[in-house]
Write a protein that binds this ligand. Structure first.
Ligand code: NAP
Length: 267
């Protein structure tokens, strides 16, 4: 496992799903954590902090809606006051609102997806990057396979996840001279509440009245090259740790796919 002892990682969406596992995995490598999530997730954030503490590392929690720049700046500044700096940013928080054709998406839904999935990532970078020291660091932006290809019914999500690739490529150009590497991670389906919910099961199995998870798993598995329905949060976190480590020291401006072969399946 890479050694990130005494590095400080800033993780958004840290109260649940993959975000919590990012915090655990970075703590496993020796990093301290600034864990941000929405105020509604305060109890979940405290659970994340507990898990980081069990690994012998410090975790400072902060609440911020990442679509609100002032809240993000304030939460990041508080974290830095406690932990001293930022070395690694994992811009993970994101939303996936219900699927529908592009012309059926309301202006509100469209704007919210862009505000969280794109502008929220920019806010995170804007707040975090100035705290990265002269020795450099790393930004990992969590995009999606929907950041590399389109799928029907996801115009708002897909547009936002493509947009962060452009943001990352630009940042890689701007921050390279400061030894700050910037990459995007592109998970396929991940076993988190974002996928494991009745609405997604219904979307995947419109032929059934009340599809179960097992019904959805058949469809999800058929989409991948490997015989699995999804990747686990830890697989995404392992990839983020790799990108943040010296093992990836010359990787910047890249897109790393963790999708069990979803994007490469041809039949
Ligand atoms: P998740 O379980 O829904 O977790 C997302 C986290 O982000 C939650 O803690 C959520 O808080 C937080 N969040 C949402 N909106 C926020 C906001 N405005 N400000 C601050 N925090 C906010 O989803 P996940 O699967 O772990 O997703 C993590 C990332 O992976 C996302 O960027 C997602 O797009 C991406 N991704 C997921 C999948 C997948 O299949 N799950 C696939 C590809 C990419 P609340 O719980 O309070 O809303």
């Amino acid at each position: 496992m890479p050694d990130l002892t005494d590095k400080v990682v800033l993780v958004t969406g840290a109260g649940s799903g993959t975000g919590r596992v990012h915090c655990e995995r970075f703590a496993d490598t020796g990093a301290d954590v600034i864990a941000l999530d929405r105020s509604e997730a305060t109890d979940d954030l405290l659970e994340t902090a507990e898990r980081v503490g069990q690994r012998g590392r410090r975790c400072v929690v902060g609440t911020a809606d990442i679509s609100d720049l002032a809240e993000v700046m304030s939460a990041v500044d508080s974290g830095v006051t406690r932990l001293g700096r930022v070395d690694i940013i994992v811009a993970n928080a994101g939303i996936h609102t219900p699927n529908k054709p592009a012309w059926m998406i309301s202006a509100l839904e469209w704007q919210r997806n862009l505000d969280v999935n794109l502008t929220g990532v920019w806010h995170t970078v804007k707040a975090g990057v100035p705290h990265i020291g002269p020795e450099g660091g790393c930004v990992v932006i969590i995009s999606s396979t929907n950041g590399l290809r389109g799928t029907a019914g996801t115009a708002h999500y897909t547009a936002s996840k493509h947009a962060v690739v452009g943001l990352a490529r630009t940042l890689a150009n701007e921050l390279g001279p400061q030894r700050i590497r910037v990459n995007t991670l592109h998970p396929g389906a991940v076993a988190t509440p974002m996928v494991r919910n009745p609405a997604t099961y219904k979307r995947l199995r419109p032929d059934l009245d009340n599809p179960t998870e097992a019904d959805a798993i058949e469809v999800l598995t058929a989409r991948n090259l490997l015989p699995v329905p999804w990747v686990e949060p830890v697989d995404v976190a392992n990839a983020a740790v790799f990108l943040a480590s010296d093992r990836a020291r010359y990787i910047t401006g890249a897109q790393l796919v963790v999708d069990a072969g979803l994007t490469q399946k041809t039949t």
